[in-house]
Design a protein around this ligand. Structure first.
Ligand SMILES: CC(C)(COP(=O)(O)OP(=O)(O)OC[C@H]1O[C@@H](n2cnc3c(N)ncnc32)[C@H](O)[C@@H]1OP(=O)(O)O)[C@@H](O)C(=O)NCCC(=O)NCCS
Length: 167
């Protein structure tokens, strides 16, 4: 039987697999603002910081393979330090099986425990699956961002959404 996908706090040994996963989703040039992952050394540093800070970052694993990630990083400045920004993605073969929901719920739980009371994100307006997931977990539409993304010269609108812990 195929092993179940597990949701795990980020660990140092995830760095390379996380980069591969992020790179695959970025290269689809559809969902993320970046179109390729940063070099591995940068990702390793980023993951080391996450681990050291017990950051809100989770990996979905199929065995040892990183097949998805989700993270919520807080803003640093005092008056907005209760606000965290969500990013997430799954490899194409792992979508629409409930894994995104599990990743996001793990992030929301940990972010809330850490005092993050406002979670924000931007999503391409035609990304109906992502918007469906965010709406199902309590995010609300805040603004339409016209021509917010551009891929190969073509503009796409994005939606800003937010979820308040005590709203
Ligand atoms: C967006 C993404 C993370 C969602 O994760 P997922 O595992 O595919 O989604 P899930 O299977 O957990 O779906 C959870 C909920 O989303 C909604 N949803 C799923 N597919 C949907 C679709 N095609 N249309 C509308 N809503 C949908 C449903 O509410 C669903 O809840 P349900 O299973 O109770 O019906 C994933 O599809 C992905 O990585 N997409 C490409 C990268 C991306 O878009 N990243 C986000 C950029 S902002």
């Amino acid at each position: 039987m195929k092993p179940a996908i597990t949701i795990n706090p980020v660990a140092l040994h995830h760095a390379s697999g996380y980069r591969d996963c992020l790179d695959t989703v970025a290269r689809e040039k559809r969902y993320l603002a970046q179109i390729e992952a940063l070099p591995l050394a940068r990702i390793e540093g980023f993951v080391a910081d996450s681990v050291a800070q017990d950051a809100v970052q989770f990996m979905a694993l199929d065995g040892d393979q990183v097949v998805g990630w989700a993270d919520i990083f807080p803003a640093w400045a005092h008056a907005v330090a209760h606000t965290g920004r969500l990013g997430m993605g799954l490899l194409p073969a792992y979508r629409s099986q409930g894994t995104g929901r599990r990743l996001l719920q793990a992030c929301i739980n940990k972010a809330t425990a850490k005092g993050i009371t406002r979670i924000v994100l931007e999503v391409r307006a035609d990304n109906h699956r992502a918007i469906g997931l965010y709406t199902a977990l309590g995010f609300e539409h805040e603004a339409l961002m016209r021509h917010a993304m551009r891929f190969d010269g073509q503009y796409f609108d994005a939606v800003q959404m937010a979820r308040l812990a005590d709203g």
